[in-house]
Ligand binder design. Structure first.
Ligand SMILES: Nc1nc2c(ncn2[C@@H]2O[C@H](COP(=O)(O)OP(=O)(O)OP(=O)(O)O)[C@@H](O)[C@H]2O)c(=O)[nH]1
Ligand SMILES: [Mg+2]
Length: 212
């Protein structure tokens, strides 16, 4: 969803949160949209979304962020969840190797269901738990480079890099969208403008001219 409108905001960007259950998706969302964190948050049921409007390169951008459960049993909702999304935060927990191993599964799911141009940011959450770290930052960086993703480590608990992660993905999305708009404008410029066709008939010596 990347609509340009006239009033409240210049752009509306839909971003989805994905990743295994318990990695901190809902807390990343609440930290970003309400500056709240909950130590005992329950697993998300169904789909929720929250919005926040901010400035990106002088434009007013409304980020509409969708959140759902990472649990397998809710996987049926996929296509509606991904429809229109222009960005995805793919979250793993830096203390849980399994959540990192599953990143490739989530990428496959994105490639199957989301738009091919979707901007993806790999997000290693819970970096406040450095003493329990299971995935070195460098390992995630290597994966991100291999898959063409941007990458940041965050802590929803300490509000570390959450703002930066969203600012960064929104900026990347903005660049993709404005590049697309420019390409469309350029393509339009090459289409001959519709005007009057002048047909010259030269079946007599004087020649006749008619406009239609
Ligand atoms: N230490 C620490 N704990 C966190 C952080 N983010 C989330 N948590 C905790 O991790 C647990 C799971 O967080 P959620 O945000 O509910 O996880 P989720 O990814 O939304 O899980 P599902 O809805 O089941 O997919 C909660 O107990 C949170 O308090 C963080 O940055 N640091
Ligand atoms: Mg949740």
């Amino acid at each position: 969803m990347a609509y340009k409108v006239d009033h409240e905001y210049d752009y509306l960007f839909k971003i989805v949160l994905i990743g295994d259950s318990g990695v901190g998706k809902s807390n990343i969302l609440s930290r970003f949209t309400r500056n709240e964190f909950c130590l005992e948050s329950k697993s998300t049921i169904g789909v929720e979304f929250a919005t926040r409007t901010l400035q990106v390169e002088g434009k007013t951008v409304k980020a509409q962020i969708w959140d759902t459960a990472g649990q397998e049993r809710y996987r049926a909702i996929t296509s509606a969840y991904y429809r229109g999304a222009v960005g995805a935060l793919l979250v793993y927990d830096i203390t849980k190797r399994q959540s990192f191993e599953n990143v490739t599964r989530w990428l496959r799911e994105l490639r199957d269901h989301a738009d091919a141009n979707i901007v993806i940011m790999l997000t290693g959450n819970k970096c406040d738990l450095n003493h329990l770290r299971g995935i070195p930052e460098h390992e995630a960086q290597v994966l991100a480079e291999k898959e063409g993703l941007s990458f940041l480590e965050t802590s929803a608990l300490e509000a570390h890099n959450v703002e930066k992660a969203f600012q960064s993905i929104l900026l990347d999305i903005y660049h993709v969208v404005s590049k697309k708009a420019l390409a469309a404008q350029e393509a339009e410029a090459f289409v001959p403008t519709k005007g009057t066709t002048i047909e010259v008939k030269s079946n007599d010596s004087k020649g006749t001219c008619c406009a239609r």
